[in-house]
Ligand binder design. Structure first.
Ligand SMILES: [Zn+2]
Length: 155
């Protein structure tokens, strides 16, 4: 998917689950971070597009900046989901090199990006209508990890 599609999808998801405005902006940024694999010389849609990366980035951000843990998780997960609509798929279970996909839209296709944008608009609409998902369990987990990090002297 296009970078702006990733950013918008992450922001819409963050809005849907009731994050603060600054967390929504952060989510939008973390929604494009996975594609820095190019810049870092990593295989594209490998490690940074995996469940392992989502978990590691959640734990690390929880330990250091718990306010960013949900924006990081939402950014990475929405990114992976949107890229799974591409024909190449992603290495979801990295270090396994097997690629997983759920559709075959090219990253710049109007229909692929259109579906993700429509889904984003639907999330915003649902939130405005009073629907949401409560992620307080994950938020609490982030603070539990953070407190543990303080206890063992990492933070
Ligand atoms: Zn990507």
């Amino acid at each position: 998917m296009l970078r702006k599609t990733h950013a918008f999808f992450a922001a819409a998801t963050a809005f849907f689950v009731g994050l603060t405005p600054s967390q929504i902006i952060a989510s939008s940024f973390f929604g494009i971070v996975s594609d820095m694999d190019h810049t870092l010389g990593l295989r594209h849609r490998g490690f940074t597009h995996s469940i392992l990366f989502a978990l590691l980035s959640f734990v690390i951000s929880s330990a250091l900046f718990p306010n960013l843990a949900l924006p990081v998780l939402i950014g990475v997960i929405t990114h992976i989901f949107a890229d799974m609509l591409n024909p190449e798929g992603v290495e979801l279970f990295y270090p396994s090199k097997k690629n997983y996909r759920i559709a075959k839209f090219r990253f710049n296709s109007k229909s692929g990006n259109g579906i993700v944008i429509t889904l984003s608009l639907a999330l915003i609409f649902l939130k405005l209508k009073g629907y949401s998902i409560n992620l307080s369990i994950i938020k609490n987990l982030a603070y539990t990890i953070h407190n543990y990090a303080i206890k063992i002297g990492i933070k």
